[in-house]
Ligand binder design. Sequence first.
Ligand SMILES: *Cc1c(COP(=O)(O)O)cnc(C)c1O
Length: 470
Amino acid sequence: MNEPDDDLQARLRAIPPVNQWLERPEIGEISRTLGSETTLGILRATLKELRIRIRSREHVDIESFVTNAMGEAVAANERMGLRKVINATGILLHTGLGRAPLSQDAVEAIQRTAMGYCNLEFDLETGQRGRRVDAVRELLTKITGAEAATVVNNNAAATILALRAIANRREVIVSRGQLVEIGGGFRLPEIMAVSGAVLREVGTTNRTRIRDFEAAIGPDTAAILRVHTSNYAIVGFTREPEPAELARLSHDRGLVFIDDVGSGVLSKADLPEGLTDPAVTDSITLGADLVLFSGDKLLGGPQCGIIAGSKACVSRVESDPLMRAFRVDKLTLAALAATLKSWSDRGLRNHRIPFWRMLTESIESLAWHAERLAETLARQGWSVQVRSSEAFAGGGSLPAETIESRVVVVGAPWPEGIASESDLAEKLRRQVPAIVGRVHTEGFWIDLRTLSPEDRLTSPMILGRLIRKP
Ligand SMILES: *Cc1c(COP(=O)(O)O)cnc(C)c1O
């Protein structure tokens, strides 16, 4: 045996055996996170790799090789699944970032329900089998003013189910100005095709009259559908019949009037001045037989689709076999009930439901918080400036309307290690939690309107990590 080989054997013998690694506190810590079997597996694979490297005469430091490999395994584990994001975009219902954040009450309700059993389909009065939607039915009829209501997985499911239950293989009349694409694959003509209803388009893109609807009614017609053009606006030479006219016509001719209001603000009076959206209660009052809306848009609750309307129509929807496929789980019901309870009182709602707290926060308060954030960031060495900006409801709600806001613009001159606003944006996306903001030519924008009180404390700490200490 020659000398280099002796040296090689010595280096291999210097690797501590598996059981010695396992006794180390830092490996014990990893074992509590990943589990002892998984940790042992990763450790063995790491040591095997280490031996291969040493045999091929690579100069590796045993300690740092193992520490890095174990650290990477923990980091990879953290990257899996959903990760927390601080939404600095100013888009309140950001579809990419999960739409409406839930209230503390909703989260507690989920936790209570998730960790044990509940009366999901069990009537505690009679001891008989109950129905799962019963947990929220009364809350829903109370706040919508409808005779009956039910809930499914999302508003797309609500639309498919309503059309199928009311108009399977029959015609549904829709204005050409309302054949919307909402995004994420919701295109009205395709949704209708899936439901089995036959689309009968009337009018033109910009102008449709009540007599266009009248002329299209035939023996095969089952319903008239109005769809709120929630993510765009047609302006200029335009016309659409009022929903009340459509309801009247439907009832005169024995048809069902379905109103997909989309965003689900309950009453116009709920919205801050300057914002408008079709309100659920108005639609019920003017005579819609079925009103459809999302739970995680302006309602500020969990993802779901709410169907409110007449007893007869809601019960047709509920007896459709697809109801079973679109049903909501117990956690959604728990969160929805908690959210609806806060709706009964304006003060409670604007205080407890994050979307409404963000929407109604005063500009004075946003300006104050923007100045505080700017001061902190300037002290860390960033070049910052506070500007007024426009926030958006998002999620396909209130498309043409903006909400006054304030941003902290982080811009040039950049600190060492940051090349540009897009470089900063990329680095912030990689942090835990990540920060997602708006990239403009003159800097990276952090909009205060979508930062929760907690985010306002955390975000400067995250930006601080990117500053190189001299
Ligand atoms: C958002 C929206 C939908 C889809 O609702 P989801 O809850 O996302 O499935 C359908 N119709 C209208 C008018 C909408 O605005």
